[in-house]
Design a protein around this ligand. Structure first.
Ligand code: WQD
Length: 340
């Protein structure tokens, strides 16, 4: 049966979370956001309300604090949870593994225990294509072998395994394990977008800062990968498409049994050099870059076979690369993003 009640969105002030909350509100859902602002700013909240033209409940707090979780479930009739809250920087995870396991794994265990205690067994989990490790071939299907090469990826894989075991132990769990490929872009309004603290780890926010003259050049990590132009190939998808994928997953949960992994990607791969050229078309000027050595832990190619998302969720990505660049650039110039 379809999900009634409020939707709890943990990490709902973050990059993907905030875009998802806007889509949930626009669809008429009642939403409760829990966020500790460890990777988001309070200024996002009024922008979400402005975009959606509706209010939602906000609870500042840490998903690792079971008292806070229990208080949220006591105050609200939570019908389902979309769980974004967690740490997500690959490099940082190798330096601070305990932080990653405590936040990503223990935090999720506490959430699942609280959901169980309050009789809520509907979950959409923010997983990642990183659980495929270095795939033997592309495009990647959900049935491919899983592995991890860093504590961040391992924490995502461990949560997936945890969800599979939980669903096998107790009837009634409906869990969508959404494996994101590479989210980029921003809300077309320029009010929401990726606002990384410090030096961006990911390609697109760094490239946007170079394009805006905030950094001297982009270093392309590797030119000798077995790819068409030697640089790394990834499946970049617009964050608004990704947000709509969460809405589709929520709507399809009643038809799922147990924990079901689903790729959220476009099915098309672009190289780093193609991304630079795409953004240059948008900004209208060359963007300085140079080749550097491979980044440890990087893989050559990673892009999705998105068939299952289409079949199970009736979802596919529709926004193209130029739209990702245009909305990302609009956000970069909006002034809302932290000027370094
Ligand atoms: C993309 C491509 C780099 C920066 C990671 C996580 C994944 C998810 C998304 C959380 C690669 C190249 C990058 C730069 C470069 N995160 N690059 N110069 O590594 O595919 O995925 O972020 O869920 O789990 O693993 O994304 O944006 O870091 O890199 O050449 O300054 O850009 O080598 O080919 P990645 P990315």
């Amino acid at each position: 049966m379809h999900i009634t009640g409020s939707i709890l969105v943990t990490g709902g002030a973050g990059f993907i979370g905030s875009h998802t909350v806007v889509e949930l509100l626009a669809a008429g859902r009642e939403v409760v956001v829990l966020d500790n602002f460890c990777n988001a700013k309070p200024s996002v909240l009024p922008r979400i309300r402005t975009l959606a033209g509706r209010d939602f409940t906000f609870q500042e707090g840490d998903v690792c604090d079971k008292g806070t979780l229990e208080s949220v479930f006591r105050k609200h009739d939570i019908g389902a949870v979309i769980h974004f809250a967690g740490l997500k920087a690959v490099g940082e995870s190798t330096r601070l593994p305990l932080d990653y396991y405590r936040n990503n794994l223990s935090g999720t265990i506490g959430l699942l225990e609280t959901m169980q205690a309050f009789g809520c067994r509907n979950l959409v989990f923010s997983s990642s294509a990183t659980v495929y490790g270095d795939p033997a071939e592309v495009p990647i299907r959900e049935s491919f072998p899983l592995s991890a090469t860093n504590p961040y990826g391992r924490s995502k894989l461990m949560v997936e395994d945890l969800c599979r075991d939980l669903a096998a132990s107790e009837a009634g769990w409906r869990i969508a394990l959404l494996r994101y490929f590479n989210p980029v872009g921003a809300h077309p309004s320029g009010l929401l977008g990726e606002d990384p603290q410090g030096i961006p780890n990911n390609l697109m926010p760094y490239l946007l800062q170079v394009a805006a003259g905030q950094r001297p050049f982009l270093e392309v990590f590797g030119q000798d990968y077995p790819t068409p132009d030697g640089s790394g190939v990834r499946d970049y998808l617009h964050v608004v498409d990704l947000a709509k994928g969460h809405l589709a997953a929520l709507g399809a949960l009643h038809g799922l049994q147990g924990a079901v992994p689903i790729n959220l990607g476009t099915g098309k791969g672009y190289s780093v050099l193609e991304m630079i050229q795409a953004l240059e078309r948008t900004v209208g000027h060359p963007i300085p870059w140079r080749f550097g050595p491979r980044r440890p832990g990087d893989i050559a190619q990673c892009y999705a076979d998105p068939t299952r998302a289409q079949e199970l969720l009736g979802w596919r990505a529709v926004l193209d690369l130029d739209c990702m660049c245009r909305d990302g650039w609009n956000w970069q110039q909006s002034g809302a993003v932290a000027q370094i």
